[in-house]
Ligand binder design. Structure first.
Ligand SMILES: Cc1ncc(COP(=O)(O)O)c(C=O)c1O
Length: 381
């Protein structure tokens, strides 16, 4: 297949007030927060340019056509038939997690979350003063597994909400139908509402794996879950702040929407335009992106396999490698890697300081430079 898009082409993000690039000076390659260094698909840029050319950017109401685009996307990509009225547009997935904890967990209720986990899963229950129970995942068979025996020890008597991430961040696991069925059995037995963050659903790297939306597991799962999605990670438009929550259950959806009133602002017109263009027309770009990311992942896996003391967990999805660095015996791993010129996310933020998370959503040449720096710093120890 001939390539249409050049992911090797360097991009310069200086001067764009980029969270990722402005954290460090030029001596450190930023491989931390989860956005990619690639330009968005031309179909998205064109849609944005057309909207910008209009010149008026007032409050924007989502249309029925846009809802249908999301419905069609779930049917086409994930074999899940949803209804347009289940869709709630929210400016961010993290906002939805917070709304769910605020509105659906009882006042002193416990929110249950398997971890290690993306840091905002720690923030969401805290922000609305709910209790949290973090269930450590096991790394059996080099995979972050939800340990069901131990999950059954969770304090469920005052719990109403469970937070879950699939594909998993960090770790990039794509949970199988069996794994999801077991988790759903736990949810059902304890009458919980599952909040399933599926923002990375369209970044599956292993071609024999398939993402299963939580609501597709069963009718019961659909009626008792909130599935969170966005085009933001896959299409690199996170700064445009647009996402959705799929809530089939009328009562849960109404409670969720009431909690948003006056707190959650409108989605901006550009966020909608980018999202709709991505879902409708971004398929070819995404296919090439996945091939490129697969190459980056395989390159890193090969590199880390030859470095004693650094162990990269096999990754099925996402552009976020999870690397056990405990074998290096460093006192302060994040500081060591920053001093070597590579800025990764410290594992402590995900609640495992033995690990570092490396964002490989960047040009291969940048990764090669980062790996040279790591090797040089390790050799000089
Ligand atoms: C699992 C996960 N959820 C949510 C987010 C952020 O979503 P949003 O920017 O829509 O709040 C990220 C970003 O890295 C993520 O990895």
């Amino acid at each position: 297949m001939s390539k249409q898009f050049d992911f090797d082409k360097p991009t310069n993000r200086h001067g764009t007030h980029s969270l990722k690039w402005d954290k460090y000076n030029d001596d450190i390659i930023p491989l931390w927060v989860a956005d990619m260094d690639f330009k968005a698909a031309p179909v998205i840029v064109n849609a944005l340019q057309e909207r910008i050319a209009h010149g008026v950017y007032g409050y924007t109401r989502p249309t029925q056509d846009w809802a249908q685009v999301v419905v069609d996307y779930y049917q086409r990509e994930h074999n899940w038939q949803i209804k347009p009225e289940w869709l709630v547009w929210v400016p961010g997935v993290v906002a939805s997690m917070n709304i769910a904890c605020l509105a659906l967990s009882p006042e002193h209720g416990t929110v249950i979350t398997p971890e290690v986990i993306y840091p905002h899963f720690h923030g969401a229950p805290n922000n609305s003063h709910k209790k949290s129970y973090y269930q450590p995942m096991s790394t059996a068979q080099s995979r972050l597994r939800v340990d069901l025996d131990r999950l059954n020890e969770a304090p469920t008597h005052d719990a109403k909400v469970m937070l879950f991430c699939n594909p998993q961040n960090p770790g990039g696991c794509v949970y199988t139908a069996d794994e999801l069925a077991n988790i759903e059995a736990f949810r059902a037995a304890n009458n919980l509402i599952m909040v399933s963050d599926e923002i990375h659903a369209d970044l599956i790297l292993d071609q024999d794996k398939q993402h299963i939306p939580y609501g597709r597991i069963s009718q019961q799962a659909q009626d008792n879950s909130i599935v969170l999605g966005a085009a933001s990670k896959t299409y690199n438009v996170a700064g445009l702040a647009c996402s959705w929550a799929i809530i089939a259950n009328d009562e849960i959806r109404s409670t969720f929407q009431k909690a948003m009133h006056g707190i959650v602002s409108e989605i901006n017109p550009l966020g909608y335009e980018a999202t709709i263009a991505a879902l409708e027309k971004g398929g070819e770009w995404r296919a090439e992106l996945l091939a490129y990311l697969r190459g980056n992942r395989d390159y890193l896996a090969q590199e880390f396999a030859s470095i004693d003391g650094m162990d990269m967990l096999p990754l099925e999805a996402t552009f976020l490698a999870w690397i056990d660095v405990s074998g290096l015996g460093l006192d302060d791993a994040p500081a060591f890697f920053e001093a070597s010129g590579v800025g990764m996310s410290p594992g402590a933020g995900f609640n495992d300081k033995n690990y570092m998370r490396l964002n490989f959503g960047c040009q291969r040449a940048v990764l090669e430079q980062a790996m040279q720096r790591i090797r040089k710093a390790l050799a000089a120890r």
